[in-house]
Design a protein around this ligand. Structure first.
Ligand code: NAI
Length: 290
């Protein structure tokens, strides 16, 4: 089985920057690509401060943190990804946009490269069928934030080879993650269960059953969840939550997955959560709660 030496990550948002950081922390040469230069400069800042947090907690030496930063390069030129052994895509959760990228990656990367997607819910089989190498396409779904959360969900498309699965699993284990494996059906394992709960929390708010604070407190203290569902939705991004609910709704064909109108309305109003300063809660004020 070929050892992964170089990693490319496409999309330098909250997930892509964390995945790139993991690669650099675990000795890989990493290219981080984003079409938006501002996203790359935000990613570099957030990676440096996250590495510094690992150093101050004694989980990484200062020298190892500095070395990790040196192994990371940012680019907006896709040609730089030519020599990557594995590309992990973490761009916007849209099948059309992801497919276009996979077609491009298929053209420019070396023929042995694995093309992985961090998609939360989109069909790996359909992304794979946009390329000429479906055996080397796989889902590698990190949890947010990738440097901290211990799970990677690996999704095998209809044609994903055993070799591709084993190389991807070995990479996740090198990052010290626990791996679970899902077949390629909408939402996979984690979001198939999590997103309907978040959507139900929006319905609970929308129909006036309770305040946002009581919904979150209820789930935190009542079910031992570290974050309430509405806080968690703000953390994930309401746009990402809505995209996943749409995939569950169309992919599984059951009206129980219809996105809550309130979730739709927040996204229409560009209230997409922490990343923009406002979602269910307002993070622009001194107190995080409205
Ligand atoms: P984000 O909105 O923070 O970042 C997306 C980045 O991709 C942006 O910086 C954007 O400029 C860039 N981008 C968009 N189109 C591009 C293209 N064609 N080429 C290069 N860069 C491009 O999104 P986030 O939250 O990081 O999500 C990314 C992916 O990870 C999505 O598929 C999402 O479903 C998945 N995911 C998200 C989680 C979350 O908690 N937010 C958890 C697990 C997976």
């Amino acid at each position: 089985m070929a050892e992964t030496k170089s990693l490319a990550v496409v999309g330098g948002g909250q997930m892509g920057s964390g995945i790139a950081q993991l690669g650099a922390m675990h000795g890989l040469h990493v290219w981080l690509l984003d079409t938006d230069p501002a996203a790359l400069s935000r990613a570099t800042k957030s990676i440096s401060s996250s590495l510094q947090r690992f150093v101050s907690k004694g989980q990484l030496s200062q020298a190892a943190g500095n070395e990790a930063l040196k192994r990371l390069k940012c680019t907006s030129n896709i040609e730089d990804l030519r020599s990557a052994d594995i590309v992990v895509e973490a761009i916007v959760e849209s099948e059309d946009v992801k497919k276009k990228l996979f077609i491009e990656l298929d053209k420019i990367t070396k023929s042995s490269a694995i093309l992985a997607s961090n998609t939360s819910s989109i069909s790996i089989t359909r992304l794979a069928s946009a390329t000429g190498r479906p055996r080397q396409v796989i889902g590698m779904h990190f949890m947010n934030p990738p440097p901290v959360m211990k799970l990677v969900e690996i999704i095998r498309g209809a044609d994903t080879s055993d070799e591709t699965y084993h190389v991807t699993k070995a990479l996740a284990e090198r990052f010290r993650k626990t791996v679970i494996c899902s077949q390629d059906y909408s939402g996979f394992i984690v979001n198939r269960i999590l997103m309907p709960m978040i959507n139900e929390a929006f319905f609970t708010l929308y129909t006036g059953v309770a305040t946002k604070e009581d919904i979150d407190t209820g789930m935190k203290l009542g079910t031992n969840h570290p974050m309430g569902p509405l806080e968690l939705a703000d953390f994930i991004g309401l746009d990402v939550c809505l995209s996943i609910m749409k995939v569950l709704h169309t992919g599984l064909g059951d009206s129980k997955y219809a996105p809550c109108p309130l979730l739709v309305q927040y996204v229409d109003a560009s209230r997409v959560g922490r990343k923009c300063g406002i979602g269910v809660y307002d993070y622009r004020k001194p107190s995080p709660r409205l």
